[in-house]
Structure formats: structure tokens, C-alpha cells
Design a protein around this ligand. Structure first.
Ligand code: DC
Length: 231
């Protein structure tokens, strides 16, 4: 069997899906695409432009018109890629706590999801891609060749996010992150459109207590039966 041309990876915030996805993409020579940046870019643009997050029509219009670009990293400051919103580099701006706090309601709007899902499908059509998010295996690319669902407890995920933030010199407490993560989990998993859910045919990878090398070993064993895709 051929190596899968699209690998869909879904999971909750800080489940480890981005680390796993980018490593896997590098190993396979595939493109890595983190769909979360698109929801974050729309949220950032709304906050920046004074658009109320509660205003579904305005936020949807923004999602339909904002030009989001993702390129290989343009600076050596630890970024995995560079994200542009209407030409402006927002790679770090979209990781700010204000965006974390507002992104889940934005991602729950049907029109926002419709606009971004359409773009994500076009991107996935290029093939040889590892696409990461919440609804990739269920909605965006339901016929993906391989689907992984990454799980970890909320405490473990909050701990990881806390360490990341501390390493960046941000002042935030573990409790703040835990509370905000629980709120996001709640919204992401219970929204009406494309909630976070494991696809029936997704393979569960539980990362609690495993380091990244152990996780990658597991995934490599899964991929062992596949041959490289030719295009
Ligand atoms: O993975 P992340 O934390 O960067 O995602 C940011 C938000 O976007 C998160 O609240 C869930 C949402 N999201 C989504 O609804 N669907 C996706 N495919 C990716 C992210």
C-alpha cells in the first residue's frame, strides 16, 4: 500500500498534535499545515480591527475576506512557519492569551468554519500533507489516508502549555492556563458545527506519560506497512 498522501491529525489544545505533525511531515518530506492558525488569524484580525467577537455576521465577513498565508519560517526565532494576515506577519501575535481566550467562540461560528474549511480542502488537495486540527479527519478531509487522534489529560496539556509560555518569558500561572484550557475544551467539544471528535476510523495515540520519541516510534510502526507516495 502507498504511503498516505494526506495524514489527518486531530486532538485538543496542547495534546502534542503540532509537535507530532511537524516531525512526521519532516520525516516523510510532506508539507505540514496547522489549521488552528487560520482560526487564530481571524480572531486576531477581529480583536485588532475592533470587531466584537459576539458579532457573528461581522466575524464571518472577516473570515471570508481575510487573506491568510502560511509559509516556511522567515525568521530563526523558534517559529515552525510564518503566518500572514492580509500581508502582516502575525506568527507570534496569534499565540497571545487574548487570542487564546477569544478563538473558541470564533471557531464555533458556522460561516467562519465554512470559509476556512473550503480553503483547507484546497490546501489538502495538493497532497503529501500532514494536516492538523480538530475536524480534519471528520469534516475537512474525511477520506484522508491515515487519521490519528492525539489524546492527553487536561492537566498534562496545561503543564506543557505552561512550560512553553515560561520558556518564552511570559508571565502566566499554571492555574490560569488550566482554567482557560478547560473552557476551550468545553466549547470546542460541544459546539454545533464540526466539534472536536475522533473519526470512527482514526487511530488513538495517548501521549500521557510518553515523551515525543516514544510517540514517534509508535507512529512509525503504524506507518511501517506503507510505501512512499509517488506524487
Ligand atoms: O490548535 P489551536 O489551539 O491552535 O486551535 C485554535 C482554536 O481553533 C481552537 O479553539 C479550536 C479551533 N480549531 C478548530 O475549531 N478547527 C480546527 N481544524 C483547528 C482549530
Amino acid at each position: 500500500m502507498n504511503r498516505p498522501s494526506v495524514i489527518a491529525i486531530d486532538g485538543a489544545a496542547a495534546s502534542g498534535k503540532s509537535t507530532i505533525g511537524s516531525k512526521l511531515a519532516r520525516q516523510l518530506g510532506y508539507t505540514y499545515f496547522d489549521t488552528g492558525v487560520m482560526y487564530r488569524a481571524v480572531t486576531w484580525a477581529a480583536l485588532q480591527g475592533g470587531v466584537s467577537i459576539e458579532d457573528e455576521a461581522e466575524v464571518t465577513e472577516l473570515a471570508e475576506s481575510l487573506v491568510i498565508g502560511v509559509t516556511p519560517p522567515t525568521q530563526g526565532d523558534g517559529r515552525q512557519y510564518t503566518v500572514y494576515a492580509d500581508g502582516q506577519d502575525v506568527t507570534w501575535a496569534i499565540r497571545q492569551p487574548e487570542v487564546d481566550a477569544a478563538v473558541s467562540p470564533v471557531a464555533a461560528y458556522r460561516g467562519v468554519r465554512r470559509a476556512l474549511t473550503q480553503q483547507q480542502r484546497q490546501i489538502a488537495a495538493n497532497g503529501r500533507m500532514v494536516m492538523v486540527g480538530r475536524d480534519i479527519g471528520t469534516v475537512v478531509v474525511p477520506d484522508a489516508d491515515l487519521k490519528l487522534y492525539i489524546q492527553a489529560s487536561v492537566e498534562e496539556r496545561a503543564r506543557r502549555r505552561y512550560q512553553e509560555r515560561q520558556a518564552r518569558g511570559e508571565s502566566v500561572t499554571y492555574e490560569e492556563i488550566l482554567t482557560s484550557m478547560r473552557q476551550r475544551d468545553q466549547i470546542d467539544s460541544h459546539r454545533d458545527y464540526a466539534p472536536l471528535r475522533r473519526a470512527d476510523d482514526a487511530i488513538i495515540i495517548d501521549t500521557d506519560g510518553l515523551d515525543i520519541n516514544e510517540v514517534m516510534d509508535r507512529i512509525e510502526r503504524l506507518l511501517g506497512d506503507f510505501e512512499p507516495a509517488s506524487s
